[in-house]
Design a protein around this ligand. Structure first.
Ligand code: SF4
Length: 434
């Protein structure tokens, strides 16, 4: 299995492997040893599409050299470009849409016998606690998809097109899966979806995230859980207070803001203004003083003037976010923004990217300095050298944030928590000793 893209696709890939269980199947991590190679694609921006195509071509080359028998391509890019992929990549044995994972065993069976197949139906697979999963992350941290799809209409975004409308799972179903993953060794769970703050709205007309947070606190042997992909316009005071009062929820929030100029926020149809964003974050920080906010911004959106960009820089400097990712705008076919006038030249996008990242580097460096001399609870991820380890604090989600570089005379166990005295800081990482 080659799983590209975001944690939601990773969960899908784990579930797909979970459907290929039993005597007939064996998972290998050496691609040249497999009969059937599965590739779960990503398509949300052009760079992701390019990576997906490159990986498919690699698999086709292995098939041409008779090192593998068959190639099955799945997920978001298949859902978005089914006919183009079938036409351009005819060597691929099967194409499966992002909502058709129930069919995987039948597909693998048939392509292994030389059949060609294509199943692209309704987008977005809403998993449940009944779905068996084969872990593609270390067992001590796991992702849980609490919902699928999105009802928002951001003008730069293609995701609703290939993930469908927003659908929430029930709280009982999520808690049951959480319990099972903790029995398999999970100590940290990451709640994900396209918009996790919209959770429950389709079930009861209410945002049910505060209820889910309280329910997650009752999951045995769970140490930490954190929330990814929040949508600012759906953030509520009830959710903020539920985080404050939670025993196990990390005071961490991943919440893409995308821009800060009202002109750009309007053109992006984000449904929020700079003032309201500012006030929401100030309120959240009053309710949860040690809150860590990870956010992302897009630079080079069509029509973005120097003044708009300066407003974004001023906002980043003023709000001092703990973690920031910057994307250059990607003109995606099928989105309203792709047809807007005043598309920004790539050169300008790249310049703005550099300026914004440099500013954030400074903000992050000053932010982390405050932790020197303090103790921090750290989850050890791996040993990096003799007496040296890499771990994460509540401020670090896996794979996207910084790390805590830990030294210890005593051996430390991966997947275990330790109290670490912070002795130093860098741009994005902390240094410490047990
Ligand atoms: S919230 Fe906006 S950016 Fe995020 S998936 Fe939905 S439409 Fe796309």
């Amino acid at each position: 299995m080659v799983s590209l893209g975001c944690p939601k696709t990773l969960v899908d890939s784990e579930i797909i492997l979970g459907k290929l269980t039993g005597a007939a199947y064996e998972l290998t991590h050496k691609i040249e040893d497999c009969d059937v190679a599965l590739l779960n694609t990503c398509t949300f921006i052009q760079d992701a599409q390019k990576e997906s195509i490159d990986r498919i071509l690699e698999l086709i080359a292995l098939k041409k050299r008779k090192q593998i028998k068959a190639v099955v391509v799945m997920g978001c890019m298949v859902q978005r470009f089914p006919e183009e992929l079938r036409r351009e990549l005819s060597e691929v044995d099967a194409f499966i849409g992002s909502g058709d994972y129930e069919r995987i065993p039948e597909v693998v069976e048939k392509v292994n016998r030389g059949k060609k197949m294509m199943h692209v139906g309704e987008p977005g697979y809403l998993s449940s606690a009944q779905d068996r999963r084969v872990a593609l992350t270390p067992l001590h941290y796991r992702y849980i998809k609490i919902s699928e799809g999105c009802d928002h209409i951001c003008t730069f975004c293609t995701i609703p097109g290939f993930r469908g409308k927003h659908r929430s799972r029930t709280i009982d179903d999520i808690v049951s899966e959480a319990g099972a993953l903790c029995q398999q060794g999970a100590r940290e769970l990451l709640l994900t979806g396209q918009d996790t703050t919209y959770f429950g709205k389709d079930l009861s007309g209410e945002f049910l995230l505060p209820d889910l947070i309280r329910a997650m606190d009752r999951v045995k042997s769970l140490e930490w859980f954190r929330l990814l992909y929040a949508y600012p316009a759906c953030l509520t005071e009830a959710m903020m207070k539920a985080m404050r009062d939670s025993e196990k929820m990390c005071h961490y929030l991943d919440m893409p803001l995308q821009h800060a100029s009202d002109r750009m926020l309007l053109a992006m149809k984000r449904g929020i203004t700079q003032r309201r964003t500012h006030d929401l974050i100030e309120k959240f920080r009053r309710i949860v003083p040690d809150l860590t906010i990870r956010t992302t911004f897009i630079v080079g959106f069509p029509g973005e003037t120097d003044k708009d960009f300066q407003e974004l820089l001023d906002f980043i400097a003023q709000m001092r976010f703990e973690r920031v990712g910057i994307f250059t705008y990607s003109q995606e076919s099928g989105t309203p923004a792709a047809d807007l006038p005043d598309q920004i030249p790539e050169k300008v996008k790249k310049e703005r990217y550099k300026v914004a990242m440099l500013l954030q580097q400074q903000v992050s460096r000053e932010h982390l300095k405050r932790f020197v001399g303090q103790p921090l609870k750290v989850l050890i991820e791996k040993k990096t050298a003799a007496h040296a380890y890499e771990g994460r604090s509540y401020m670090d989600a896996p794979e996207i944030d910084g790390a805590v570089r830990v030294t210890s005379a005593q051996p430390l166990e991966t997947g275990q928590f330790y109290s670490v005295k912070i002795t130093g800081s860098r741009e994005y990482d902390l240094l410490g000793s047990v």
